[in-house]
Design a protein. Structure first.
Length: 391
């Protein structure tokens, strides 16, 4: 079966590159993937799959029916959305939409999902159970998985596989991580409320800018001094807003940021810990505060059995020297974790890095992928789907 999977994938590879470049040239932002969804649905219809559109608002679900002797349903999740970034790659197929770019590889992910659907179609109904393709919107804002789940995308699903490109891993390589793959990610908003006054008489006011600066500095220092260094926490403020004029003491400053963690106990106590520090800074200076701590998505935890399946299938397809066991998790976040609340799953890293030129990171305006990785990803996933029914 593996040799046939590789043969089919190699034959359709020019079409897959064409699909990927079309998607790259026509990116759409989270929740607005209307044309992308229509395009994806069209390819799935041409493969003869049962297709549901407008799942999770702009998502698409394709159902590949097997022989029915095994009642398990295996899902493959890929994502559709792009980022609000101006592309600076200079590619012939660069984004045609100013300010929007596939800078996180979701165009590749979507292509992999479609490629696997094409391979399964040409293999025929040789699978004991059903395969469900989840083309998810709005991963970049960590909402699309929840939308898909609410619309029934995970109903009856027994296991789910996922993939994410990685530019620090060379193309042709597959990265496997056992256990925790990504961090839990939460959103934080702190409003410091002081009293306005003249810039020349700060003692008559309560300076919200100065207090906000202390909040930022103290929280960053406290992470290294009060949190277990073996349970990493990353707290980053990405936006500060407040003040009215250079000579007016600001009475209100808003800080917004993100909090990342890996350990469950740390994750549970972070809101109380942050609020305690903010309160201790504001109280001596007669300032008030408002704090909103919004839980985002939990960690992705890769199921050991499914991770071993992916590892074995990558080795079968490309050799042991092309498989990298990842020793460290990422502090990035993934709403793939929400699917794992309904079924076990595993996500692997697909290397897309070049060996002969600089590789820019994800979310960079010059991010480029080595398209030879597409064949590796499709074969690995299709082979894993074939082998899943044996575990």
């Amino acid at each position: 079966m593996l040799s046939r999977i590789k043969e089919i994938t190699h034959t359709i590879l020019p079409r897959l590159v064409e699909i990927r470049r079309h998607l790259h040239a026509h990116p759409e932002l989270s929740g607005g993937e209307h044309q992308t969804s229509v395009y994806v649905a069209g390819v799935l219809y041409s493969c003869g799959l049962q297709v549901r559109e407008s799942v999770g608002k702009t998502g698409v679900v394709g159902e590949f029916k097997g022989q029915g002797v095994d009642h398990r349903v295996l899902a493959l999740r890929t994502d559709l959305d792009a980022l609000p970034i101006d592309e600076r790659t200079g590619l012939d197929y660069a984004s045609r939409k100013p300010g929007i770019m596939h800078a996180c590889g979701h165009d590749v992910h979507t292509t992999l999902g479609l490629g696997v659907a094409m391979v399964l179609t040409q293999l025929g109904g040789r699978f004991p159970g059903d395969v469900r393709f989840l083309f998810q919107p709005a991963e970049e804002i960590a909402r699309g998985a929840g939308w898909m789940i609410r619309d029934g995308a995970m109903d009856q699903v027994s296991a789910v596989l996922g993939v994410h490109v990685y530019p620090t891993i060379p193309a042709g390589m597959v990265g496997i991580r056992y256990g925790v793959l990504t961090a839990a990610a939460d959103d934080l908003e702190i409003v410091i409320i002081g009293e306005s006054g003249h810039g020349a008489r700060p003692h008559e006011a309560v300076d919200a800018v100065w207090i906000a600066a202390q909040v930022i500095t103290t929280l960053q220092q406290a992470v290294s001094r009060t949190q277990n260094p073996l349970h990493p926490v990353v707290l980053s403020f990405g936006k500060i807003s407040g003040g009215r004029a250079p000579n007016i003491i600001a009475d209100r400053v808003t800080l917004t940021g993100t909090v990342r963690s890996l350990h469950p106990e740390t994750y549970a106590q972070l809101p109380e810990w942050i609020e305690g520090i903010v309160a201790s800074i504001c109280q001596p200076y007669n300032a008030r505060y408002e704090l909103k701590y919004n839980r985002g998505v939990p960690s992705v935890y890769n199921d050991p059995t499914l991770s071993k399946l992916l590892e074995n299938c990558a080795e079968d397809g490309w050799g042991k020297d092309r498989v990298q066991i990842l020793s460290e998790p990422s502090l990035g976040a993934e709403d793939f974790s929400l699917y794992l609340q309904h079924a076990p799953g595993s996500m692997f890293r697909l290397g897309v890095g070049f060996c002969d030129r600089p590789n820019y990171p994800l979310h960079h305006p010059q991010f480029v992928v080595d398209e030879s990785a597409i064949e590796v990803g499709v074969v690995t996933l299709a082979h894993a789907i074939h082998r899943y029914w044996l575990i």
